[in-house]
Design a protein around this ligand. Structure first.
Ligand SMILES: [Ca+2]
Length: 128
């Protein structure tokens, strides 16, 4: 997984990587529980927006909507994320935001990048 260790060699996970993974999952669990305000055991779109904001990601409503439709656990419901989906969704937002920040070093919220840069930025997140 791109968040833990060397993304070019994702199959290699030793004790250090495992400890980091465990700590990271614990942190995601804490965020999940803190922002599941109605204690439904799932995160709805408003809870997701606030959870991501608390992590420093000001994700616009249109993107929250796309994330909810992609990771939605409810069939035909209003849409909510269980813990696994929340972690997957959160790691994608975190990873893509970090990649974007590499191109937006002054944190202006916009960046100029080439087609090659864009593809290299996004493909690792959509191909697994
Ligand atoms: Ca909830």
């Amino acid at each position: 997984m791109f968040l833990f260790g060397d993304p070019r060699n994702p199959s290699k996970i030793g004790p250090t990587e495992f400890a980091a993974l465990w700590k990271c999952l614990g942190e995601w669990r804490g965020v999940f529980e803190r922002f599941d305000r109605d204690r439904s055991g799932e995160i709805d779109s408003a809870e997701l927006k606030d959870a991501l904001l608390s992590l420093g990601y000001a994700v616009p409503p249109s993107v929250i909507q796309v994330l909810m439709s992609k990771y939605n656990d409810e069939r035909g419901g209003r849409g909510s994320l269980n813990f696994d989906s929340f972690v997957e969704c959160g790691t994608i937002v975190k990873g893509l935001t970090e990649k974007f920040k590499e191109k937006d070093k002054r944190y202006t919220g916009s960046a100029t990048l080439t087609y090659d840069d864009f593809m290299l930025m996004v493909i690792p997140f959509v191909v697994s």
